[in-house]
Design a binder for this molecule. Structure first.
Ligand code: NAD
Length: 476
């Protein structure tokens, strides 16, 4: 791709590459061709970044709230101006349709804009005591933050790692995914261009485990924020525990969708099919286990399969593409393994089921029904374009199945019964629950999971407070 940028590290405001550093290749998932060469940080680079982050923390913490807010708002504006160009780069390295990619960059900018405003709403409190005495609760930034972001949302994930930290007054070192580095670099560059000091926001790459071990071994880093698989999250939480660093973990999901017979099935299908195949299903909140009340099961199942077959799969750069390729060949391998196992166990294939062609990493939108609970795909996050549609006897059984797995990120429910909605809000174990809708994310609302889907929140006021610690001052 002609416009794919030259890749580098951003350490102390300097653009670093070459110098005998190891490299890795970046591929376009629509073609499988290499489009970029990414330099990896050396141990010395990471030490420099840590020293910078220590100095940058003091500088940024002591910058007035007004000034920090103005700089972040300016950066958000630059991201919006550049969203079209960054969106194309995102599509080249990740695969999703360019309209979706541009929308993602806009969302990242809006999140930063929200955080910029929130800087002015960080309040402490004062407790009433006899004259001459008082107790005051202050909130302070926790210190330098390390953020590790995955490849499925190269813009939003990076912004979730750095936006709340910068708003809180922390310095940050972010490691976007080595598979989608240019989007994160573009966002960090916009922050630098807007006036964030080069030792306050830095961007590094490398072999993920080596980078995370190096950064987490340093006492300079006071908080870790990670988005990715539950397996890696548990590993990183253990590393962080050695130094009792605060952590935010946004991990895997296996979202249930409870479809009741009092819902509008056509409306439900229109919303849920779009949500399922967005980003080729590589979404932590992707609707996956469709638990459908028996009376509407056949209509829902057949309608889902029909709509899935009509989805236009293609290169994300092409007009009219509704679903791009999977982001990497691991996704195709995982789909093959899980779909094979499910069919061996007796699941019925209603749509798709196979890889498309040999160029790039395309896969058909796939629908399985009557999938046994012991199939691997009913227990492991598929992270691909596949819906699992099962008939359910009624409300109690649906809630029980929704809560069966150790995951609890997003859940969805479709019903017109107000009392049932209240029961679901109380009993479904998840960080987010969408009722009669497909959206579980908003810049001003917390985003995060329970159980094996992690802990801590990003977005909303909670995303800033997650990077702050209270200090209580007792006077008199
Ligand atoms: P993975 O678990 O190895 O990697 C996930 C992300 O974590 C990648 O961006 C990777 O660079 C990073 N990572 C891996 N090891 C790391 C380490 N030691 N330190 C720091 N970062 C590390 O696997 P994958 O093949 O990329 O994805 C596999 C599964 O991970 C998916 O099928 C999905 O279940 C899950 N995943 C979840 C999300 C999410 O948004 N929650 C995002 C990406 C992947």
């Amino acid at each position: 791709m002609a416009d794919y940028p030259t890749l580098n590290l951003l350490i102390g405001g300097d653009t670093l590459a070459g110098g005998g550093r190891e490299t890795s290749e970046v591929d376009n998932p629509a073609t499988g061709e290499t489009i970029g060469t990414l330099p990896h940080a050396t141990a010395a680079d990471l030490d420099t970044a840590l020293d910078n982050a220590k100095a940058g923390f003091r500088e940024w913490r002591d910058t007035s709230a007004d000034k920090r807010a103005a700089i972040l708002a300016k950066a958000a504006g630059l991201m919006k101006e550049r969203a079209g160009d960054i969106g194309k780069v995102l599509t080249a390295e990740q695969g999703k349709p360019v309209k979706e990619a541009t929308g993602e960059v806009m969302y990242a900018a809006m999140l930063l804009e929200f955080y910029a405003g929130e800087i002015k709403r960080i309040y402490g409190r004062t407790m009433v005591r006899p004259a001459g005495q008082r107790v005051e609760v202050q909130y302070h930034p926790v210190g330098p933050v390390a953020g590790f972001a995955p490849w499925n949302f190269p813009a939003i994930n990076v912004m979730r790692k750095i936006g709340g930290a910068l708003a809180a007054g922390c310095s940050t070192i972010v490691k976007p995914s080595e598979e989608t580095p240019a989007t994160g670099l573009a966002l960090v560059q916009a922050l630098l261009d807007a006036g964030v000091p080069g030792n306050v926001v830095q961007c590094v790459f490398g072999e993920p485990d080596a980078v995370s071990r190096h950064l987490l071994a340093s006492p300079i880093i006071r908080k870790l924020t990670f988005t990715g698989s539950t397996k890696v999250g548990k590993h990183l939480a253990k590393l962080a525990a050695d130094d009792l660093k605060i952590t935010t973990m946004e991990l895997g999901g296996h979202a249930p969708v409870l479809v009741f017979d009092d819902s509008d099935i056509d409306k439900t299908l229109d919303a849920m099919v779009g949500a399922k195949f967005r980003n080729a299903g590589q979404v932590c909140v992707s609707p996956t286990r469709f638990l459908v009340q028996e009376g509407v099961f056949e209509k829902f199942r057949d309608g889902f399969a029909e709509r899935a077959k009509a989805i236009k799969v293609g290169d994300g750069m092409e007009d009219g593409t509704q679903m791009g390729p999977m982001a990497n060949s691991r996704g195709l391998d995982s789909m093959e393994k899980l779909l094979g196992n499910a069919q061996e166990k007796g699941a019925k294939l209603l749509a798709g089921g196979s890889r498309i062609g040999n160029r790039g990493f395309f896969h058909e939108p796939t629908v399985l029904s009557e999938v046994p609970l012991d199939a691997e795909i009913m227990n492991e996050e598929p992270f691909g374009p596949v819906a699992l549609v099962n008939p359910m006897a009624g409300e109690d059984a649906m809630i029980e199945e929704a809560n069966r797995l150790p995951y609890g990120l997003a859940a969805y429910a479709w019903t017109n019964d107000p009392a049932r909605r209240r029961r679901l809000a109380a009993e479904v174990e998840s960080g987010m629950l969408a009722i009669n809708g497909a959206n579980v994310s908003a810049v001003d609302a917390p985003f995060g999971g329970v159980k094996w889907s992690g802990y801590g929140s990003e977005d909303g006021r909670e995303g800033v407070m997650a990077c702050m610690v209270p200090k209580t001052i007792h006077e008199g």
